[in-house]
Design a protein around this ligand. Structure first.
Ligand SMILES: Cc1ncc(C[n+]2csc(CCOP(=O)(O)OP(=O)(O)O)c2C)c(N)n1
Ligand SMILES: [Mg+2]
Length: 361
């Protein structure tokens, strides 16, 4: 968002929510609740915080968003759609169908803007630590005085299920140890999982645990409070030497007349009546399905333009960098193209010559 526009923001958020409800209803399977609850958080992230270019989803210096709670895939498809990625309404209508670009859980390589395949709880959060280590390595190797060529962030969204998984603990411990201040996790603290209230199986102090790991921890008491979310993200960005956890209190299936705050909204369609009721709560026409207002379409164009501008500015930085530091610039180009340097086969061992290795053949 270039400047804040509360009515438009609300339309964008409610578009994500209603698309999620309609897609899950259409497929007669999926997870509507988390998408409805977290639409404001993910919208704020993409709108006010992240740098990305929907027209070039692989831009080297983009911020990376990882949906560790992969079951909430419609949240991701919704935000990608309304920010102008190549993901059409027709794609969204095929949610969870065979060969769809909107599979039940996000799959990297299938959908532009999906950074990594997620679904197994905790795995996306853990992988985000690897992403953050990679960014630190790249920045350390390529950046030069006056040239912060690599300075992107990794933001992962984890749910209660992710927090329960051991892999999350191991990865978070390492992130704290390494002081990965390029890493932010949003934790959806909605007190609900697949089988009911979290109190059935989960009562640890997540904030205390992460503080003990060496993370900075903030709490946002209301997932609908965009200003508080933005403040927390900015504070997380400023904090040096520590990864950041932002605990967001949300209501699963926010706005659903009888299923809000209930496990029944976790992994099943809400049902037609409930969908209509939620749309009325948002002030939407309950008869319209897969409806995206024109203002939201115009917003997508603006976000695309913003992303192209950010990408172009970085390209110009890269051109200046290449003039000043030709050798690392060539190496970066090879990495971007997933190529190896010419003659790499000959560089394996000390007996190597330009035509190969005399020892190993
Ligand atoms: C490792 C692993 N175990 C089990 C599952 C099945 N599963 C998918 S979502 C879910 C519950 C997740 O709860 P939470 O993260 O709180 O999501 P919410 O209900 O709040 O949307 C479970 C058990 C899974 N995806 N991965
Ligand atoms: Mg939960």
């Amino acid at each position: 968002m270039i400047k804040t526009d509360p009515p438009l923001e609300q339309l964008c958020i409610d578009s994500i929510r209603t698309l999620a409800m309609d897609a899950v209803q259409g497929a007669n399977s999926g997870h509507p609740g988390a998408a409805m609850a977290l639409a404001p958080a993910v919208f704020t992230l993409f709108d006010r915080f992240m740098k990305f270019n929907p027209a070039n989803p692989d831009w080297t210096n983009r911020d990376r968003f990882i949906l560790s709670a992969g079951h909430a895939s419609m949240l991701l498809y919704g935000v990608l759609h309304i920010t102008g990625y190549d993901l059409s309404l027709e794609d969204i209508k095929k949610f969870r169908q065979l060969h769809s670009r909107c599979p039940g859980h996000p799959e990297h390589g299938l959908t532009p803007g999906v950074e990594i395949t997620t679904g197994p709880l905790g795995q996306g959060a853990a992988a985000s630590v690897g992403f953050a280590i990679a960014e630190k390595w790249l920045a350390n190797y390529f950046n030069r005085p006056g040239f912060d060529l690599i300075d992107y962030r990794i933001i992962a969204l984890a749910g209660d299920g992710c927090m329960m998984e051991g892999i999350t603990a191991e990865a978070a411990s390492l992130a704290g140890h390494l002081g990965l201040d390029n890493l932010i996790w949003l934790y959806d603290n909605n007190h609900i999982t697949i089988e009911g209230k979290t109190s059935l199986a989960f009562s640890e102090g997540v904030a205390s645990r992460f503080k003990a790991y060496g993370w900075s921890v903030q709490e946002v008491g209301d997932a609908n409070d965009l200003a508080a979310l933005e403040r927390a993200l900015r504070a997380a960005k400023k904090k040096k030497g520590r990864p950041a956890l932002i605990i967001v209190d949300s209501h699963i299936a926010y706005g659903a007349p009888t299923k809000q705050d209930s496990a029944s909204a976790h992994g099943s369609p809400l049902g037609d009546e409930e969908v209509r009721g939620a749309k009325k709560f948002y002030g939407w026409d309950p008869e319209k399905k897969f409806f995206v207002p024109d203002a939201v379409r115009a917003y997508a164009q603006r976000i695309r333009a913003r992303g192209e501008r950010q990408n172009r500015e970085w390209d110009r930085r890269l051109t200046r960098y290449a003039a000043a530091y030709p050798e690392p610039a060539v190496q970066l180009r090879l990495l971007q193209n997933r190529q190896l340097p010419a003659g790499w086969e000959g560089r394996w061992c000390s007996s190597a010559t330009a035509s190969g290795c005399t020892t190993c053949g």
